[in-house]
Design a protein around this ligand. Structure first.
Ligand SMILES: Nc1ncnc2c1ncn2[C@@H]1O[C@H](COP(=O)(O)OP(=O)(O)O)[C@@H](O)[C@H]1O
Ligand SMILES: [Mg+2]
Length: 222
């Protein structure tokens, strides 16, 4: 069952008054409980594809349809986190903002996060950082916190842009295992940009290759 379908998607940016085409007639589909890896060279358009899916950037034309999935079911971990990196908020406060849902009160403070989320926060050693300020963390620590924040809303789909960038090998291994578990047992659908193509072949149900404006989806066996 498809939960996301993209048909004939075109994306471009305006730069110095000129239109630069990034993706042309892109098609792809994501099934429930898929583990999709998006690969491609620097500047190929991977982040732009994700931002278009999330509605962060406008599209020229084409159709992006979520099926039986609300926007609030989708969590996102961006590639760069300059906003949070400059914030005087504590790690704990930043994580709790992940539970704020659109349409709810302007600010919704939760006192308790679910046991599943707590389990993963512990795995990522986040409680050790709770009282620290976001602006004092290293790049890898910020990345871990933002992944924890994304999990806090208990999403049905997790979209991650290079989640392993800045992470050491040990943390990456823990994270790969966590993602596997969240996919297999918690039935979270993954869409993530990865640089490691070999790893992508191993873990994914489907690989999306972005190259020279073209998007090519290859179904992979898990
Ligand atoms: N807001 C923007 N305005 C103009 N060009 C942009 C903008 N965002 C990205 N680009 C350009 O679009 C291309 C694709 O960027 P991006 O999607 O970030 O690539 P990737 O994630 O594959 O490295 C790059 O050449 C980048 O410089
Ligand atoms: Mg990118």
């Amino acid at each position: 069952m498809n939960i996301l379908e993209i048909k004939n998607l075109n994306i471009s940016y305006k730069f110095c008054g000129k239109k630069i085409s990034i993706l042309k007639n892109a098609n792809l589909s994501v099934k429930f409980c898929d583990y999709i890896c998006i690969v491609g060279k620097n500047g190929a358009g991977k982040s732009s594809l994700i931002k278009a899916i999330l509605g962060i950037i406008p599209i020229d034309n084409g159709k992006i349809s979520f099926i039986n999935l609300k926007r609030s079911d989708v969590s996102y971990v961006p590639q760069f986190n300059t906003g949070f990196a400059n914030m005087p908020a504590t790690v704990e406060e930043a994580i709790f903002t992940g539970a704020v849902r659109p349409g709810l009160a302007k600010y919704c403070r939760i006192n308790k996060i679910s046991d599943i989320t707590t389990h993963f926060l512990n795995k990522l050693k986040i409680p050790d950082l709770y009282k620290r300020k976001m602006m004092d963390l290293s790049g890898g620590q910020i990345k871990r916190v933002l992944i924890a924040r994304a999990l806090c809303s208990e999403p049905k789909m997790l979209i991650l842009d290079e989640p392993f960038a800045n992470l050491d090998e040990e943390t990456s291994d823990i994270l790969y295992k966590m993602f596997d578990r969240l996919n297999a047992f918690n039935k979270i659908t993954f869409v993530m940009v990865l640089h490691d193509t070999e790893k992508a072949k191993k873990v994914s149900t489907s690989i999306i290759n972005v190259e020279k404006g073209k998007v090519c989806q290859v179904i992979n066996k898990k």
